[in-house]
Design a protein around this ligand. Structure first.
Ligand code: NDP
Length: 276
């Protein structure tokens, strides 16, 4: 039973990753990202998810430097962008991310998207970064089963994490089961479907029943499914609200009702069909 903000998933190499983290996609570098990350850490979040592509690693780094929490108490994730995929370019991109983040290691380094013909070479670079202990864990994002099969067939290290779009409208149960069987931790991006999921009638009805907000219901649903989740907000009251998910439990019946909303609906691109 996951009971508080310090509870963490144990990844396949033994490293612990908090079930609840904080996403910073679409936050402007500078004051916006610095203040939001600062508010999240103040609230108790200890896991931050950024990416080279978000153009806000510097702000994340500054927020971490001034928050007063030791670096090794924070779980920091960043990602290699598509145009940097390949062995040498990924190594270079990693150094640049570290420089912008103002740190000498990350806790999780992810391949952002499965760029055809290049992600296996990119993974070799991540394996080297891991061997050099500059990333405590390495993983992937937006990988379908066939991408994972290709990667597993050609590599030494099993990804610790697969970060994919996940919310009650997109369950991808086959992918989740595949990851579970291979000890690849499932992680939800856009858990709130970028806010859209919060307007759903069923979600709102269940929220009312528990005296919780729609966002809290969905975040709690993630956690009860043992899916790591990283909701984003630039508003301190929502940052706080999204963290208050450890004082109640959704019944099995309501978990099933939420699962029943699955419609294979995406807010982002399908990893088999992206053009960036
Ligand atoms: P989310 O599903 O987290 O939704 C964020 C939106 O919901 C924002 O508009 C936010 O508004 C709003 N919101 C947050 N909390 C509440 C609340 N309690 N009540 C009402 N509205 C709320 O979307 P993201 O796309 O940001 O996904 C989360 C994280 O996942 C990203 O930040 C990023 O780190 C990661 N991600 C990874 C991807 C990948 O390819 N690997 C792709 C997309 C995201 P406001 O900020 O104004 O409060």
């Amino acid at each position: 039973m996951i009971q508080n903000m310090n509870d963490a998933a144990v990844l396949n190499n033994g490293v612990k990753m908090p079930w609840l983290g904080f996403g910073v996609y679409q936050m402007r570098d500078g004051a916006e990202v610095e203040e939001s990350v600062g508010a999240a850490i103040e609230t108790g979040y200890r896991s931050i998810d950024t990416a080279a592509a978000y153009n806000n690693e510097r702000g994340v780094g500054r927020a971490l430097a001034k928050c007063g929490i030791p670096r090794n108490d924070i779980f920091l994730t960043t990602k290699v962008w598509n145009s940097d995929q390949g062995y040498d370019s990924a190594l270079r991109a990693f150094d640049e991310s570290l420089e912008r983040l103002g740190t000498d290691y990350v806790d999780l380094y992810l391949i952002h998207w499965p760029v055809k013909g290049r992600f296996v070479q990119t993974w070799r670079a991540l394996e080297r970064i891991y061997a050099e202990k500059r990333a405590r864990t390495i993983g992937v994002s937006n990988f379908h089963i066939h991408h994972l099969e290709e990667l597993l067939g050609e590599s030494e290290i099993v990804p610790a994490v697969n970060q994919v779009e996940f919310h009650p409208f997109l369950l991808q149960s086959d992918l989740r089961a595949f990851c579970r069987e291979r000890s690849i931790q499932y992680e939800a991006w856009s858990p709130l479907m970028q806010g859209t999921a919060l307007r759903d009638k069923t979600v709102r009805k269940i929220a009312k029943k528990y005296g919780k907000s729609a966002a809290q219901i969905i975040i709690r649903w993630d956690i009860q499914h043992e899916v790591v989740t990283i909701p984003k907000s630039v508003h301190s009251e929502r940052i706080e609200e999204n963290s208050r998910v450890f004082d109640f439990e959704i019944s099995n019946e309501d978990m099933v009702r939420l699962d029943g909303l699955d419609a294979g609906k995406r807010i982002g691109p399908d990893p088999d069909n992206f053009n960036f």
